[in-house]
Design a binder for this molecule. Structure first.
Ligand code: AMP
Length: 281
């Protein structure tokens, strides 16, 4: 496995690949866990060559977010990636990716108006910006994204379609801890008590799903979520929404043909966690 920190040397290598090479790209911010590993394994299985990028992208963090303290564990990540059969790691410095102040800003319409797009202004611009850069540098056949970041995945699918990027986006299932908590690099920030109460997200959505016949409206589900919150006093809910899983619009009823999906974001102390689940399997 070769690790590139210089974009120019990566591009030299990229030029040597024959046009028919099937290339899988797994973009990450590092601090890798089993969630990332599942994407890498799938890419290794489906492509001739797998490129994993590790880059904590400053443009997708808001001014009061955790960019500075985001975990950076490059050596350990590379060990893991080697074991999983990744071929190339591209881990550039910030100045390599953004040598100058950026001038291009992506304005995403409806898909950005809810959920994390609404809670984190500018976040999806940063995501689309860095993903576009990574697509242009690596020219992948397939790019792997986790459904944990469901809205991000939808926006990237739209980006690829609208801007005619010649690649396929492969959405990958959410990987969870044994007790249901969605894996996240941010889970390592949690104190034992926060880790306990972080189960609010997955447990509440799981309970709703199992008892969906008891809820007649989205309002009734919301009331249940608010009631459940009282048992998790340190959880601060950012949002809970039930939206159509393709266009992220409000659903008019809780019926399977409306394709409702639950989305949740919550703070445990300073740590913001997200999760989502389909209402019907
Ligand atoms: P990140 O390093 O958090 O930017 O994540 C890199 C990629 O891994 C994104 O496509 C995420 O959606 C995906 N990912 C992160 N956590 C998980 C998880 N628990 N299950 C599946 N994919 C994940």
């Amino acid at each position: 496995m070769q690790v590139y920190q210089e974009i120019s040397s990566f591009l030299q290598f990229r030029k040597t690949l024959s046009p028919g090479t099937q290339i899988g790209l797994v973009p990450t911010m590092g601090a890798l866990h089993e969630g990332h590993a599942s994407l890498v394994r799938q890419s290794v299985a489906e492509n001739d060559l797998t490129i994993v990028t590790i880059f904590v992208n400053p443009t997708q963090f808001g001014p009061n977010e955790d960019f500075e303290k985001y975990p950076r564990t490059l050596e350990k990540d590379c060990e893991l990636l080697k074991q999983m059969g990744a071929d190339i790691v591209l881990a550039p410095q910030r100045s390599q990716v953004y040598p100058d102040e950026t001038q291009i800003y992506f304005n995403i319409r409806d898909l950005d108006k809810k959920l994390c797009g609404a809670s984190r202004p500018g976040h999806m611009n940063g995501v689309v910006q860095v993903v576009s850069i990574l697509f242009h540098l690596t020219l992948p056949t397939r790019a792997y994204f986790g459904l944990k970041d469901y809205q991000q995945c939808l926006i990237i699918q739209q980006l690829v379609k609208e801007l005619h990027f010649p690649l396929s986006v492969v959405p990958c299932a959410i990987i969870r801890e044994h007790d249901g908590l969605a894996m996240s690099s941010r889970n390592m920030y949690l104190s034992p008590e926060e880790r306990n109460q972080a189960l609010f997200l997955s447990q509440t959505m799981q309970t709703i799903r199992e008892n969906i016949a008891d809820f007649s409206t989205v309002g009734a589900v919301r009331a249940f979520v608010n009631e459940a919150l009282t048992k998790f006093p340190i959880v601060k809910l950012d949002y809970f929404e039930i939206l159509n899983d393709t266009n992220l619009k409000e659903v008019s009823s809780l019926l399977p043909d409306e394709h409702p999906r639950m989305f949740m974001a919550a703070y445990l102390g300073k740590t913001r966690l997200i999760d989502n689940m389909p209402v019907f399997i």
